[in-house]
Design a protein around this ligand. Structure first.
Ligand SMILES: NC(=O)c1ccc[n+]([C@@H]2O[C@H](COP(=O)([O-])OP(=O)(O)OC[C@H]3O[C@@H](n4cnc5c(N)ncnc54)[C@H](OP(=O)(O)O)[C@@H]3O)[C@@H](O)[C@H]2O)c1
Length: 274
């Protein structure tokens, strides 16, 4: 039986993952910031903690409480997050700071607080829910992509730092999934700007037309994450959704082609005697 700590179990991926872990016979400590989630609590295998990712002290306290409650945490999932979409030009410092607080600073704080416990228990698995936007961002997703690139980068370096302690780290990058992710209207910056109508406006219109019709099923995403957790070794990076694989592949090809095209220039910058 595994013990999970999952942020943001009120809905979406977090709720689906908590349900899947409980159905698997595991224990779950989930965080919410307001109402109790729609979750059953079989045999006391579920604890819910109230914490807003904007509350630094509350975030640290929740991690301590989680380890105290279950004695150990086997899988720690940084899931809570949101998007700010719109042209970069109309974003504000406040948008940027708030988004980084929830999507990057809180997950780092959670990891930092958990690591001494994980090292002591000689193992554990940290899962960071990033996004395909953290690999192959679309127009209008600049700030959001910045947070998810940050989390992808942290995952890759952290995995190597904690590997000697038996701790695994995985970045899970979903494509488009049918959650409430796009329902958060007030979190968009001005998408009506005429100057960006044909680029950002068109891209976001297409995205919003798909809201709640997205191909990705969060329940199946949860099963995929369970599979990754059970794997030996687990993946360092896991894409979720055929759309995510397609976008990542196209981006990798473009990066590779450009790198080859510019390699003579790239390689021309060293001292001759080095
Ligand atoms: N759905 C997609 O297509 C998609 C694609 C790529 C990546 N993702 C990522 O998946 C993760 C989960 O999103 P979702 O798709 O499940 O969206 P969702 O249905 O909107 O759920 C978001 C979750 O994050 C929580 N949250 C947001 N801001 C928070 C804060 N300040 N403090 C505490 N909790 C907060 C929400 O809690 P409340 O209920 O209290 O708001 C909710 O539990 C996010 O990191 C998102 O970036 C989603």
């Amino acid at each position: 039986m595994k013990c999970w700590f999952i942020t943001g179990v009120s809905r979406g991926f977090g709720l689906a993952l908590a349900k899947a872990a409980l159905a698997n016979g595991d224990k779950v400590i989930g965080t919410v910031r307001s109402e109790a989630p729609d979750l059953q609590s079989p045999e006391g295998r579920l604890r819910v903690l109230k914490v807003d990712m904007n509350d630094d002290e509350g975030v640290s306290a929740a991690v301590h409480q989680a380890f105290e409650a279950f004695g150990r945490i086997d899988v720690l999932v940084n899931n809570a997050g949101y998007g700010v979409l719109g042209p970069l030009e109309s974003s504000t410092d406040e948008d940027l700071h708030k988004l980084f607080q929830v999507n990057v600073f809180a997950p780092i704080r959670i990891i930092r607080t958990a690591l001494p416990y994980l090292r002591k228990q000689k193992g554990g698995h940290i899962i960071n829910i990033t996004s395909i936007a953290g690999r192959a961002p679309g127009v209008g997703a600049g700030l959001y992509a910045a947070t998810k690139f940050a989390l992808e980068g942290i995952t890759a370096t952290l995995a190597r730092e904690v590997e000697p302690f038996g701790i695994k780290v995985t970045a899970v990058a979903p494509g488009q999934f049918r959650t409430d992710f796009l329902d958060t209207e007030p979190r968009q910056v001005d998408t009506q700007d005429a100057a960006y109508a044909s680029t950002v406006g068109a891209a976001l219109d297409a995205l919003y037309r798909l809201n709640h019709l997205q191909q990705g099923d969060p329940a199946l995403a949860a099963q995929a994450i369970l599979k990754a957790v059970a794997a030996e070794p687990p993946p360092l990076h896991l894409l979720l959704g055929a759309d995510a694989v397609e976008r990542a592949r196209a981006r990798m090809r473009a990066v590779e082609q450009e790198m080859i095209c510019w390699e003579p220039v790239s390689a021309s910058t060293g001292f001759k005697d080095a």
